[in-house]
Design a protein around this ligand. Sequence first.
Ligand SMILES: *[C@@H]1O[C@H](CO)[C@@H](O)[C@H](O)[C@H]1NC(C)=O
Length: 146
Amino acid sequence: MGSVVKSGSGSNVKIVFVYLLVSFLLLQKCSSQLLNYIHVNVVNDLGDNIDIKMHCKSKDDLIGERWVHYKEDFAWQFKRNFLGTTLYWCWMTWYDTSAGHWIVGSYEIYNAKTDVNNCGLHCNWSVRKDGLYHHLPWGWEKIYTW
Ligand SMILES: *[C@@H]1O[C@H](CO)[C@@H](O)[C@H](O)[C@H]1NC(C)=O
């Protein structure tokens, strides 16, 4: 009996230790993202001579509007808010010569809830003819189609 109680309390100590370690690591990860700037980078990968007009903003931060040439990027940095509700979206348009008309779309480009894990402090996007690709821990993944 006595030995059962002992081994039980021993594993409790282990669980508490693991819990503390995990909390510490999570806290460290979160606070590093609260203290540091998050860099968002949206690259025009549409093809030669295709420009994108882009306009990005959050509820209280306006990044502005400009033309982005092929292989150039639209980039900005910000600090995530404490509640983790930081959200940026971008409106963009480009002329699709093969379709013969303008393509227009508005997409969520940064969402603190998911991007804390998806991209950390460097969040990259690639704008391509078939859609918008996000750089995730395992590589580029198409998130939106036009
Ligand atoms: C993300 O963009 C930055 C700035 O252009 C670049 O330095 C970095 O290598 C990019 N990371 C990936 C995974 O593409």
